[in-house]
Design a protein around this ligand. Sequence first.
Ligand code: PEP
Length: 246
Amino acid sequence: MRRPIVIGNWKMNGDSAFTGDHLRSLADKWAGVHNAEVAVCPPYPYLSLASDILEQTNIAWGAQDISVEKNGAYTGEVSASMLADCGCKFAIVGHSERREYHAESSELVAKKFKVAVESGIVPVLCVGESLEDREADKTFDVVGRQLLKVVEHCGLDVVAKGIIAYEPIWAIGTGKSATPQIAQDVHSYIREVLGPEGDQIKILYGGSVKPDSAEALFKQKDIDGALVGGASLKVDDFVDICKAAE
Ligand code: PEP
């Protein structure tokens, strides 16, 4: 059995007042015993606030990225071991915004995945195709290549320690989620590429998940939860998505 999980990616949003209020309210509304696991990834400066507020709760926290380097003269970078030291359980790697705006290659993403696992962080690997790729019928090609880079670099035993998030670029922040069937087809392909190990690996869907689209997505056999951007900034919407994953 794969325990469902919903992870909020706040991106570069919020300030300390927003973060404090949001996390306290989330902790309150998600108190108790739940089948689904919940985590949030606020911006780096607010991770210590997340640690203070969430430490005694059932909500985990993580980072939106990590450095590929372990330590040293890398100005502006934050290492996986520092994040683990700050209580982060997760780190997103290879988000399409980082691939696009920071020219992160699949090779670099694969190295980040490995460094995360070596530091005790669960990497959440984002893969997904652009609209152009989809229209050219290259979805499986693109997603398969992004995934195989990580498998080749890390080995399946290491990949099994992480989480995969299928995030079609055309669905991110557009309000236009993939249909449950489109998402399921790609999730099932990802599981096939992962082979027997794939049965235990959680595969999340990400891309404009909202309370009213979550349930149908989570009913799909190979969808184990969601990586949520915009809707994770509204506590009630995020909690409703988490409830749909139960
Ligand atoms: C994301 O950026 O990971 C994401 C899924 O964003 P949104 O939910 O806003 O589409």
